[in-house]
Design a protein around this ligand. Structure first.
Ligand SMILES: [Zn+2]
Length: 141
């Protein structure tokens, strides 16, 4: 027969185990979503550490979805099932690309200048040609 003491003993003994189980389910769902979305940033291709990738709502309706569906594993399962059903409403973004997308969405500009929407990691992958040194230009004349 369960009473307050037996419940407290059970809770004290099993609390961490239950937390770990829920956490493992969350990790598994997140890994499935990452795999389904290609395990890399959809803008710059970053894939060195998938732990930092964000699951982005392409149409910027993540807040509404969280309000309607919930959060945590319920939301992860919902997103996984939606992708499996063929949805294209999600993409992976690295933190840089996600912040740039957010700044673009908000129309943030500095000194009247809109910055080119490009992740620094993407710039690293396809570097601009280096300007020629002045001495080389002089000798070519
Ligand atoms: Zn990126």
């Amino acid at each position: 027969m369960w009473n307050k003491d037996s419940w407290q003993r059970w809770y004290k003994k099993n609390r961490q185990k239950k937390i770990d189980e829920v956490r493992q389910i969350g990790f598994r769902l997140r890994l499935e979503v990452l795999e389904l979305l290609g395990n890399k940033c959809s803008r710059c291709g970053y894939n060195e550490d998938v732990r930092i990738l964000h699951v982005d709502h392409v149409n910027d309706d993540g807040a509404a979805e969280r309000r309607n569906i919930g959060s945590g594993n319920v939301l992860r399962k919902y997103i996984r099932d939606k992708i499996l059903a063929g949805s294209c409403d999600y993409q992976l973004l690295c933190p840089n690309c996600n912040a740039i997308k957010e700044a673009d969405r908000k129309g943030i500009v500095y000194s009247g200048r809109r910055f080119e929407s490009c992740c620094p990691l993407q710039k690293k992958k396809s570097p601009e040609p280096k300007p020629r040194a002045f001495s080389n230009i002089v000798t070519e004349l």
